[in-house]
Design a protein around this ligand. Structure first.
Ligand SMILES: C[S@@+](CC[C@H](N)C(=O)[O-])C[C@H]1O[C@@H](n2cnc3c(N)ncnc32)[C@H](O)[C@@H]1O
Length: 510
């Protein structure tokens, strides 16, 4: 793969320079908090939309922080003399982080963006100039075709995956398609060994820089497609991937176009992950999938799940093919091109969908857990509503509940004790002034923030679940109260209890 049109990267074998640069960045408060304070919330938010004018206006002074923001975030050349007091300039020139520009100025060779870790860590994400946020549009806007090898910084998808990842101490984690290294950086906090792979060697180089500059341990970096870089005898406790999931008419940008037809890259990734997991290990992916005419999208996804794995697949969004094509045309900056060229690209995209009978594209999260259970649990659902982030603990708890439900038949459920989960409220929905509600809804304020309709028995049952009485005893009491047959009630309620446990409204008491 050629990287010829992109600037040379800083040396990845100079940890001494990265360490000195890190110290200098921290000393100047070049951190997520420092930036917010300097720029104010609107300019900070504008920067996340690739709009730099508000930040340029906020950095007209000459403090060390303003100098660093101009240099590394806004990619403005800065006078050598001004940088001297802020950075170890000679070491940065020597290590390739800076280059000499015209008129006695220096310029950054990469974008360096402060990124706050979940425990308040001050991290830095390195990416190609002009590509820190918002796709390759920045490159396109400079009037040339984006180089296929550009390495992007952190986008919404990156932070979504980081947020849903199950974080527990593990020995081995794999970040497949590491890009800027953000997932590897997170994994380095709870995995003894982190392997990061990418088809693009430039991404591996940039991942090494991100880790070094963030003060994280180095990862085992391997070049190759999908699981090719993983040896047959290797297995991981955690696999994460924010893959190049875009369904496009042809490979163009490595960071997003998988180079396989349709959603084949995501399918292959999911299908091949099972045998790379240790028992109990999790694999978590973001993915796009096709909604094909005459096919149930949920069946399509179920068919991807490898044997021996439980799966939880959540569709977060669906776009029709026109919205989808427009989104990714804009991502590449194509809307700024010649009109005829833009229309030809758009047409090619729709041709591709038409040929595949694709009506819409789903986006969502796929989590696998290897259990080798005889009857794996596969849940495929649509949940487009806001959720609590980070969600990793909720995802892990889902699989704990799957284990519990698999191990307890209806009779065992009735013997068990349950507790109402934290922060659940009951809402009654009906016409104003009506004596009885039309229906009762239980709503979570945590995790998936689900809402579920229950009948009066379900609501009454959930309301008294404090762990002290068994489910069967509670149902007997309700039967007595409402004059119902206790045997019938014991017969028909376990299905509802099962659902409330599965969806996290009830927790099995210890
Ligand atoms: C959407 S980016 C994700 C980057 C980063 N992990 C994140 O979460 O922001 C996808 C990455 O996958 C890499 N990639 C593309 N095709 C690949 C393949 N066949 N096998 C492995 N990695 C691939 C790209 O080079 C890019 O770095």
């Amino acid at each position: 793969m050629s990287t010829s049109s992109l600037p040379a990267l800083p040396a990845s074998d100079r940890p001494d320079v990265a360490a000195r640069l890190r110290d200098a960045l921290l000393a100047a408060s070049f951190t997520a908090d420092g930036l917010l304070e300097l720029l104010s919330a609107p300019a900070y938010a504008a920067l996340a939309r690739s709009e730099i004018v508000p930040a340029l206006r906020a950095t007209r002074g000459d403090t060390p922080l303003e100098t660093l923001v101009r240099l590394f975030l806004l990619q403005q050349p800065v006078p050598h003399a001004r940088v001297e007091g802020v950075l170890p300039v000679d070491a940065c020139l020597d290590g390739g982080w800076l280059v000499l520009a015209d008129g006695g100025e220096v310029a950054a060779t990469v974008d360096v963006r402060p990124y706050g870790g979940p425990g308040g860590e001050d991290w830095f994400i390195v990416s190609d100039l002009g590509c820190a946020v918002g796709g390759a549009g920045g490159i396109g806007s400079r009037g040339r075709e984006a180089d296929a090898a550009v390495v992007l910084g952190v986008g919404g998808a990156s932070t979504t995956l980081a947020g849903i990842t199950v974080r527990r101490p593990v020995s081995a984690a794999l970040d497949l398609g590491t890009g800027s290294g953000i997932q590897a950086l997170h994994a380095a906090q709870h995995a003894t060994r982190v392997t990061a792979t990418d088809l693009n060697p430039r991404a591996l180089h940039i991942t090494a820089l991100t880790l070094a500059l963030s003060g994280a341990p180095a990862a085992d970096l391997r070049e190759g497609s999908l699981f090719e870089p993983v040896r047959d005898d290797e297995a991981y406790d955690l696999i994460v991937s924010n893959p190049p999931f875009v369904i496009s008419p042809g490979p163009r940008l490595t960071y997003r176009d998988g180079g396989m037809g349709g959603d084949d890259l995501c399918r292959t990734l999911v299908q091949q992950a099972g045998e790379r997991l240790t028992e109990g290990g999790f694999a978590q992916f973001l993915a796009n999938w096709q909604h094909v005419e005459g096919e149930d999208w949920q069946d399509r996804l179920r068919s991807w799940v490898p044997g021996g794995c439980d799966a939880w697949i959540v569709q977060r969004e669906v776009q029709d093919v026109t919205q989808y094509a427009e989104l990714w045309l804009r991502d590449a900056g194509d809307h700024r091109d010649d009109v005829a060229e833009y229309q030809a690209r758009y047409d090619a995209w729709l041709d591709e969908f038409e040929a595949r009978k694709v009506r819409a594209v789903g986006f969502g999260w796929i989590t696998l857990r290897r259990t080798d259970a005889a009857e794996p649990s596969v849940t495929v659902e649509e949940w487009p509503h806001p959720v609590e982030q980070p969600l990793g603990d909720t995802i892990r708890a889902h699989f704990d509940r799957v284990d519990y439900l698999r191990a307890h038949d209806d009779a065992a459920l009735l013997e068990h004790h349950f507790k109402l989960a934290a922060e659940i409220v009951q809402e009654q929905v009906g016409l104003p002034g009506a004596e009885d509600p039309e229906h009762v809804v239980l709503r979570q304020h945590r995790g998936m923030r689900r809402a579920t309709k229950v009948d009066t028995v379900g609501a009454g049952f959930a309301g008294v679940c404090d762990g002290s009485l068994s489910a069967g005893r509670i149902l007997d009491a309700i039967a007595q109260l409402v004059g119902d047959d206790p045997v019938l009630l014991r017969d028909r309620t376990p299905a509802q209890i099962r659902l409330l446990v599965e969806q996290g409204f009830l927790d099995p008491a210890e």
